[in-house]
Design a binder for this molecule. Structure first.
Ligand SMILES: Cc1cc2nc3c(=O)[nH]c(=O)nc-3n(C[C@H](O)[C@H](O)[C@H](O)COP(=O)(O)OP(=O)(O)OC[C@H]3O[C@@H](n4cnc5c(N)ncnc54)[C@H](O)[C@@H]3O)c2cc1C
Length: 376
């Protein structure tokens, strides 16, 4: 066992950390693409996608290192979140399960940034329990007719393609679901008003409706009724790699806290001279480092195709979620009133971190996966 990065990894991390400021301003107007174009030029839109289609061909560990470095360098966490959803919940699925020309065109488009992807699974009545989705896909000649409403789609509006899950055998639960690549410009696809989120505002989200949407049969991803397995695999990647954004934010946040307690004085002493304050920062460091190690290990297991990768990813995501939220609260305390001012961005980091307990499966659901991994 060794903890050193290779020379190539060090170069990748340094390049992306230095590029972080280029991605600090997300696109604000609907359909705005300038930040995504910059991300594409940096290779971020295709990081872990196959090199044959213009991707970076990176494994999970290098993908996580990339997102961590971009966040450390000051890239907007919401923008990074949208990029991670595009790559991990969608790109991984399209590269592995799309067929023929559909695969070649879409994966090349994702890599170049010409195609933005969004993942459409969650519904109003089916969040954690994805086996209960009500969206249906009915075979009709050379196509499927998709009907249903997805309630929380990141990148909605911006996306050109939605990786959409629908029941091909209604009532069949996990064994009745299929995955589709649904081009956003097909008749019957409607993106509702953007959802106003408390954080990660650099990533748009909206309800997406499918009404009699005719999707060509060759846009089925994987086999019919095999959508649940397709989704599960993408979630292992997402749970392992996406939290890297928040590890990068925590790293940056910790450095700001250290600078602050070294500089600010109260009662004639530096804040860092009060043990209550310095120990708070020691605990923040402990949470950061321990969750980072769990994340690296989960990614390493994915790269080795280890059957334990799913449970390790669940453990890592739960650990990063707890660390990021707890460190977010502690950073506000360390900065005092300044921590609550919008201008300083410290409180915003807490609001950005909170949904880590929710997306890609809630922390309770991660614990269920850990329990299964233990054979309980
Ligand atoms: C920022 C953000 C981005 C998102 N992006 C996307 C996206 O791009 N695409 C998409 O499809 N979805 C997306 N989602 C939706 C997300 O996947 C769901 O919110 C999540 O799966 C939880 O579902 P829910 O909100 O319906 O909560 P519920 O499932 O209703 O859960 C509510 C509470 O009950 C608990 N609970 C539920 N079942 C169990 C159980 N069996 N055991 C223990 N506790 C349980 C949960 O842990 C939670 O605390 C996003 C969500 C957020 C916040």
């Amino acid at each position: 066992m060794h903890f050193e990065l290779t020379g190539e990894q060090r170069d990748l991390v340094a390049r992306l950390r230095d590029s972080g400021p280029l991605l600090s301003t997300p696109d604000r107007e609907a359909g705005g693409r300038s930040a995504w174009e910059t991300a594409a030029k940096l290779g971020v839109t295709g990081l872990c996608l196959p090199e044959e289609h213009g991707g970076g061909g990176l494994g999970a560990l290098d993908t996580a290192l990339s997102f961590e470095a971009l966040a450390q360098g000051g890239a907007d966490p919401g923008l990074l979140f949208g990029l991670a959803a595009h790559l991990l919940a969608c790109g991984i699925v399209l590269a592995e399960h799309a067929h023929g020309d559909v695969r070649a065109d879409l994966v090349a488009g994702l890599c170049s940034g010409a195609v933005v992807a969004g993942n459409a699974m969650t519904e109003a009545q089916a969040g954690s329990d994805t086996s209960r989705i009500a969206t249906t896909a009915v075979a009709d000649g050379d196509s499927y007719l998709i009907d249903g409403t997805k309630s929380f789609v990141s990148n909605a509006g911006l996306a050109d393609v939605y990786v959409t899950y629908a029941m091909t055998t209604p009532g069949g639960g996990h064994l009745g679901m299929s995955a589709f690549a649904v081009p956003a410009n097909l008749p019957g696809v409607r993106v509702a008003e953007p959802l106003e989120k408390l954080g990660l505002t650099g990533c748009a989200a909206a309800v997406v409706e499918f009404t009699g949407c005719r999707v060509p049969r060759d846009h089925l991803l994987g086999a019919e009724n095999a959508g649940s397995g397709v989704f599960a695999k993408s979630m292992v990647w997402e749970r392992a790699c996406l939290p890297a954004i928040f590890v990068g934010v925590m790293d940056h946040q910790l450095r700001r806290c250290v600078d602050h307690v070294r500089g600010r004085r109260q009662f004639g002493r530096r804040l860092g001279d009060f043990q209550a304050v310095s120990h708070r920062i020691a605990v923040m460091k402990q949470r950061l480092e321990s969750s980072r190690l769990l994340m690296y290990r989960a990614c390493w297991l994915i790269d080795r195709d280890d059957p334990g990768a799913g449970a390790a990813a669940a453990l890592a995501k739960a650990a990063v979620a707890e660390a990021a939220v707890d460190n977010g609260v502690d950073a506000v305390k360390v900065f005092g009133a300044r921590g609550y001012l919008a201008a300083d961005g410290i409180g915003q980091q807490l609001l950005d971190a909170l949904p880590l307990h929710i997306f890609s499966g809630t922390t309770d659901i991660q614990r269920e996966l850990v329990v299964k991994g233990l054979g309980i």
